[in-house]
Design a protein around this ligand. Structure first.
Ligand SMILES: NC(=O)C1=CN([C@@H]2O[C@H](COP(=O)(O)OP(=O)(O)OC[C@H]3O[C@@H](n4cnc5c(N)ncnc54)[C@H](OP(=O)(O)O)[C@@H]3O)[C@@H](O)[C@H]2O)C=CC1
Ligand SMILES: O=C([O-])CC(=O)C(=O)O
Length: 274
């Protein structure tokens, strides 16, 4: 496989470690789109600790340079701004893209642009389940309409640092669970871009950004990053609760997100996709 990665932070680094461990043969080619100020460090790490992941690995700093290396699949794991900056051009070029920063689609204009770019390029934008699960059933039920979806995201207080939760809570001293946000999935994904991509994933699979109700909670007793949701549809009802281990490199991001991306890659390499 010729793989493109946008971003070289916690998800990308963990993913490359997993690929190194699990692939039978190295990737044919790896191209990483990094920020200009991180490019030198990215190159050094690709040549050092990740030397065995791909037969050839290069670092670029813009989408045109990324595309010049003809990746067969591009994975975005950099943040909402990177989706805006790079993903439309990659799709228009006809290259399939997996994005983890799904909450970027809470901007309706960007969602329209990405859908149009995928159509123009004759390719697809892939939205993986990320840190949540049950998206297969939710998306299937969504086709029948009449969905009611309620989601609650709970994380330990410090996983909400640097977010608007700090406007109402003292995260460093919080002793009890506190819900600091109640609203739509569109508002949650927009206002918590590093913490509420799951809300956007549920919305896109199910009842939409406006109808999907969201609560966000800081909880000192949370056993990890917890995603709970309930679905009522004319066809089925279910509830789901996932207790995720946070990533070692970023407490906001559950490590299962990385495995969800790994699944997308392995499903394109192996003889069976599941
Ligand atoms: N779908 C899901 O379930 C989940 C989605 N996510 C999404 O994944 C994103 C990445 O997570 P994670 O890896 O843990 O975060 P990190 O902050 O560890 O890594 C992101 C990296 O991308 C870099 N970056 C930022 N902007 C760009 C850009 N325009 N081009 C290239 N690189 C860029 C950052 O640099 P710098 O630090 O200098 O800004 C950083 O090195 C999160 O921001 C979130 O949006 C996270 C968890 C779950
Ligand atoms: O990783 C998680 O647990 C979820 C997350 O940050 C997000 O939805 O953006």
């Amino acid at each position: 496989m010729r793989l493109g990665l946008i971003g070289f932070g916690n998800i990308a680094l963990t993913l490359l470690g997993q690929l190194a461990e699990t692939l039978d043969t190295p990737l044919e080619h790896l191209v990483v789109l990094s920020l200009p100020e991180l490019a030198g460090d990215t190159e050094a790490r690709l040549k050092g600790e990740f030397a065995g992941v791909a037969r050839e690995a290069v670092v670029v700093t813009d989408a045109q340079a990324l595309l010049s290396h003809r990746p067969g699949l591009v994975v975005e794991c950099a943040g909402h701004a990177a989706v805006v900056a790079h993903v439309p051009a990659v799709l228009r070029n006809g290259t399939e893209v997996v994005i983890v920063s799904i909450g970027a689609l809470s901007d309706a204009n960007l969602e329209t642009e990405l859908r149009a770019a995928a159509i123009e390029g004759g390719t697809r934008l892939i939205l993986p389940a990320g840190a949540v699960g049950g998206i297969d059933l939710l998306a299937a039920l969504g086709a029948a309409g009449g969905l009611e979806v309620r989601y609650r995201g709970s994380k330990p207080p410090l996983a909400w640092s640097g977010t608007p939760a700090e406007n109402t809570l003292d995260l460093g001293t919080l002793k009890e669970a506190a819900t600091f946000f109640t609203g739509t999935a569109r508002e949650a994904a927009r206002d918590f871009p590093k913490n509420a991509n799951v809300a956007a994933t549920l919305a896109l699979a199910g009842a939409g950004f406006e109808a999907t109700r969201v609560e966000l909670t800081a909880d000192p007793a949370a056993p990890g990053n917890v995603h709970e949701y309930s679905v009522v549809s004319p066809l089925a009802k279910y509830t789901m609760r996932i207790e995720n281990l946070p990533s070692a490199g970023n407490a906001k991001t559950s490590v299962s997100t990385v495995y969800s991306v790994l699944r997308e890659i392995r499903n394109r390499i192996g003889p069976v996709a599941i």
